[in-house]
Design a protein around this ligand. Structure first.
Ligand code: FES
Length: 98
């Protein structure tokens, strides 16, 4: 869905569900995941429906992921950090995260 215009400045690595992703310092986690083609960030607690970022400004909460062991992190508001472990959040996250 999204494509980076430049790829020569991808100097940071994060991991999404164990998969290494190269990204740009200053990217939000959501921007980095979207640029890598990831479209399912979480599933809803009740129906298990796939969700992905919608607003990118902290209002919709559709971008919730687990970052370095902390559930319920808004990926659109958190900048990437070298070596961060990001996990998709299934269900409530808080109780379902392994
Ligand atoms: S994309 Fe809406 S809160 Fe993050």
């Amino acid at each position: 869905m999204f494509r980076r215009l430049r790829t020569d400045d991808l100097t940071t690595t994060i991991f999404f569900d164990g998969r290494p992703l190269r990204c740009r310092p200053g990217d939000s986690v959501a921007a980095a995941l979207l640029a890598a083609g990831i479209e399912r960030f979480r599933t809803t607690p009740v129906s298990g429906t796939d969700r992905m970022p919608h607003c990118m400004i902290g209002n919709c909460f559709d971008c919730l992921v687990e970052i370095d062991g902390q559930a319920d992190q808004q990926a659109c508001l958190v900048p990437v950090r070298e070596g961060s472990q990001v996990r998709s959040q299934l269900g409530t996250g808080r109780f379902d995260a392994a």
